[in-house]
Design a protein. Structure first.
Length: 144
């Protein structure tokens, strides 16, 4: 990608990508707040272009946390901040937001909204078929 892109443009592109990837609003709000503070820090430091060094200096200054020297068991309170910084770096280098972990696979044949369906079967060996009945998921086994 373009390592000379301004920090404001990079942040705008990352936030747009988060929306395109269907990150929930609350998550995007957390990113926005963090990036707003990072941009303020960059302005005070006189830096217009994002670098990993700038991101790490921001973490050191604001959170007393060094991204370069942390243990594998990262304390919970710094996980989000470290992720926010890594997302900027990944997007700057690769033009993509890398998933931090695998997402849940979609399972074929299961109802899309479990709150609106009930699963019923005649016995444990039979095929489970979804039916639309009540608002909660339940599995009924009618054993003979």
């Amino acid at each position: 990608m373009n390592p000379e892109k301004s920090i404001r443009k990079l942040v705008a592109d990352v936030l747009e990508e988060l929306e395109r990837l269907h990150y929930v609003e609350g998550t995007r709000t957390g990113y926005r707040r963090f990036y707003r503070r990072l941009i303020g820090f960059a302005d005070r430091a006189g830096e217009a272009v994002y670098s990993e060094s700038l991101g790490n200096r921001f973490l050191q200054s604001s959170y007393a946390f060094d991204l370069d020297n942390y243990s594998v068991s990262l304390h919970r309170s710094f996980r989000n901040e470290a992720r926010f910084i890594r997302v900027l770096g990944d997007y700057q280098l690769h033009g993509a937001i890398l998933r931090r972990r695998a997402t849940k696979p979609h399972i074929r044949g299961l109802p899309s909204s479990p709150r609106r369906s009930t699963l019923t079967t005649k016995n444990a060996a039979d095929e489970i078929t979804p039916t639309r009945e009540c608002g909660a998921v339940s599995i009924e086994r009618n054993c003979l």
